[in-house]
Design a protein around this ligand. Structure first.
Ligand SMILES: O=C(O)c1cc(C(=O)O)c2c(n1)C(=O)C(=O)c1cc(C(=O)O)[nH]c1-2
Ligand SMILES: [Ca+2]
Length: 693
């Protein structure tokens, strides 16, 4: 068991045989020098083995690989240790996350992975605990609560990072209303060493530090009643050259800045990168990418460290492609903005002023007077899916998204603890026909693999994917770039020109980033396949099959494994419509979007892992209020909403669901040639609408 030897020094060393920390090394460039698998032979790559996890929801973890052992997290923060040669389960640890807490996770019961340090496997749980296991046995060494769940509904989905005997972890929850922070714990005992809040609390209670006092000057109103936001839910990076810790800070709670801070203000440190002293948690510098963030434009995305020549001078920089659509080059020493250029379709700002470091916003960006179509959407031009950098090509590979969203301010804000509290409507314009609705979703939002030149600040090449929400990236010394796709493939491309060289049918959407390593001198590629996450749940993409168990897939040259076909989804005949009253249906639709949509999907089309409400067995309809209001299924993750919904509300939601169910049933009864004709026509229409937008 050599996980014992994983230390700051070993992670700092470039160890190609292993994948020792989240982004491979402290720079988090996700580049492996391994070249046994290369452009010349990748066509012979095949499945060596597959391991079925216990659930079928979104997988997002980066596998950590130490001397032939893979440590991964699956759904519900369960940890698996596998033999890298054959996928044999060595041990498994289930932290028994209360299923009810799933409701407090905006974006699925996901986890992005473990950290390994001196023989310990350390990970966060959905209910915000931090746990250390013995790497050899999987036994618990210590466990600590990182948050007070009574104060705010916190969650952890991100992977901890470890350096200098300290574990760093943040949390999520800014869609509900929380106060964000990052903390450090002793790797041996789990004792909290320091905490850095990203937004100030009520000034009347005093400030924790000077950074909070300064931040409070940029807030107005009573933001603390809503938490303020600023969650550090993903990127936390230790810089072993400058001995600094960088955190990516998230969006405001609520999203709508005019509710959070009615008299204006930049709202520090929302949507910023903040540099901290890793030993004390003290503030060093910050750069705010989106002042007065109002669109869920988090700066939590992958912070990549690099060195680059600027005007003939070698600089230590951060490369960052956050949700807001600009690619940032930031000086690591000073926090100064060096350049920012759009890497995706952007209409909220025209450019950045390099003197002030501030964006020049479009007039309508803040949807003050009317709903506005804004690019990128809250999904971001890039989300948590990791980027990679290849020193062979000098390119940064971004799982990019082109998207837009109608931001529409609520007339009156009602804050409800533990519910989504955005201050805008999530609901998008209704498209009654399901075929047209699906086509619009897939045409208006578009995912791609974008190869970005960080020196020229322009695209070198770009490959479009069929769907929006694709996987994180790995670059290798074999001249390859690996990525999974939303439509269920694991792909390899030439790193220099994007030519597709290889693909494998994963039988489910793939979001997680691949890793590579060697065991006994043989190179493997491992990736997790399991569809879900924010877009996976919410998108409302119709799938005709049941999702397979979410899996760990491992490839090697000459591998010849195949995965079984997925069984067809079981479609239960819906009861007849409950109501055809437009007022009732409209009310049901509004309530559905406020309380149900984030998990059960747009227009009640779920991705399949979460029950598709249009195809429920009759028993569920008969017990609708007991489930939806009283929460009799809360142990299965479906909590009751009796505190915020009345019986009339539940009736309206039920009527809306049965409307959608019967529309689906009628569609299925139509003849194939008629559906084909409609699809052809609607696809022209959807292309035209996408072009107009
Ligand atoms: O503001 C937050 O606290 C927060 C947390 C998380 C999360 O923890 O997963 C996501 C987001 N925001 C978010 O905005 C987002 O787009 C997102 C996508 C995902 C995912 O796992 O697919 N998580 C999150
Ligand atoms: Ca968010």
């Amino acid at each position: 068991d050599t996980a014992k030897d994983v230390t700051t020094e070993r992670i700092s060393r470039n160890d190609s045989a292993n994948w020792l920390s989240y982004g491979k090394d402290y720079k988090e460039q996700r580049y492996s020098e391994l070249d046994q698998i290369n452009v010349g032979n990748v066509a012979k790559l095949g499945l060596a083995w597959a391991f079925d996890t216990d659930f079928n929801r979104g997988l997002e973890a980066t596998p950590i690989v130490v001397d032939g052992v893979i440590y991964v997290t699956g759904n519900w923060s369960v940890v698996y240790a596998l033999d890298a040669r054959d996928g044999r389960l060595l041990w498994k640890y289930d932290p028994k996350v209360p299923k009810e807490w799933a409701k407090m996770a905006c974006c699925d019961v996901v986890n992005r992975g473990v950290a390994v340090y001196e023989g310990k496997i350390i990970f966060g749980t959905l209910d915000a605990r931090l746990i250390a296991l013995d790497a050899a046995s999987g036994d618990v060494l210590w466990e600590t609560a990182t948050a007070d769940l009574k104060a705010y509904p916190y969650t952890i989905t991100g992977a901890p990072r470890v350096a200098k005997g300290k574990v760093f972890i943040g949390n999520g929850g800014a869609e509900y209303g929380v106060r964000g922070y990052v903390s450090a714990f002793d790797v041996n005992t789990g004792k909290e060493l320091w905490r850095f809040y990203t937004v100030p609390a009520n000034p009347a209670d005093g400030f924790e530090n000077e950074a909070m006092a300064r931040a409070a000057k940029t807030w107005t109103g009573k933001w603390w009643e809503y938490g303020g936001g600023g969650t550090v839910w993903d990127s936390i990076v230790y810089d072993d050259e400058l001995d600094q810790l960088y955190i990516g800070v998230g969006n405001g709670s609520p999203w709508n800045a005019k509710i959070r801070s009615p008299e204006g203000g930049d709202n520090l440190y929302l949507s910023s990168i903040v540099a901290l002293n890793p030993d004390s948690g003290e503030y060093i510098w910050h750069y705010q990418e989106t002042p007065a963030e109002s669109w869920d434009y988090t700066a939590t995305q992958h912070i990549m460290l690099a060195d680059m020549a600027i005007a003939g001078e070698q600089r230590k920089v951060i490369w960052h492609a956050p949700k807001n659509g600009f690619f940032f080059v930031i000086d690591r020493q000073s926090g100064k903005l060096l350049s920012a250029e759009p890497y995706a379709d952007v209409n909220w700002a025209s450019h950045y002023d390099l003197e002030t470091g501030r964006p020049v916003e479009a007039d309508n960006a803040r949807y003050r007077d009317a709903p506005e179509l804004i690019r990128p959407s809250s999904m971001g031009a890039h989300n948590w899916q990791a980027m990679a950098y290849s020193p062979q090509t000098g390119l940064v590979y971004i799982p990019a998204i082109s998207s837009l969203f109608e931001y529409n301010s609520v007339e009156e804000y009602l804050h409800q603890w533990g519910q989504w509290n955005l201050g805008i409507y999530l609901q998008q314009p209704a498209v009654a026909d399901p075929i047209l609705s699906q086509l619009l979703t897939s045409k208006i939002t578009q995912g791609s693999l974008l190869a970005w030149d960080p020196v020229k600040q322009e695209a070198a090449w770009q490959v479009s994917h069929k769907l929006t929400w694709n996987g994180g990236i790995l670059a290798t010394g074999g001249g390859l770039v690996f990525q999974g796709s939303a439509d269920g493939e694991v792909l390899a491309f030439r790193a220099d020109n994007g030519e597709k060289l290889w693909s494998f049918p994963a039988k489910t959407g793939v979001m997680a980033p691949p890793v590579t390593y060697t065991v006994d001198g043989e190179q493997y590629v491992t990736i997790l396949a399991g569809w879900g996450g924010a877009f996976g749940l919410i998108a409302g993409l119709e799938r005709e099959v049941t999702p397979p168990p979410s899996r760990v897939l491992t490839f090697k040259l000459g591998g010849n494994g195949v995965l079984p076909e997925n069984p067809l989804k079981q479609l239960h005949e819906p009861p007849p419509r409950l109501s055809t009253d437009e007022v009732v249906l409209e009310k049901g639709r509004n309530l559905y979007y406020a309380y149900c949509n984030a998990c059960h999907g747009t227009e009640a089309i779920s991705n399949g892992a979460i029950p598709d409400l249009r195809h429920l067995p009759a028993a569920f309809h008969n017990s609708f209020n007991a489930i939806v209001l009283d929460g009799i299924m809360s142990k299965a993750g479906m909590v009751g909403f009796g505190e915020v919904l009345s019986e009339d509300d539940a009736y309206a939601i039920h009527a809306f669901i049965l409307e959608r169910a019967n529309v689906d049933k009628e569609l299925r009864a139509q003849s194939d040639w008629w559906k084909g004709l409609k699809t052809w026509f609607f696809s022209l229409l959807a292309n035209f609408i996408a072009w107009l937008m």
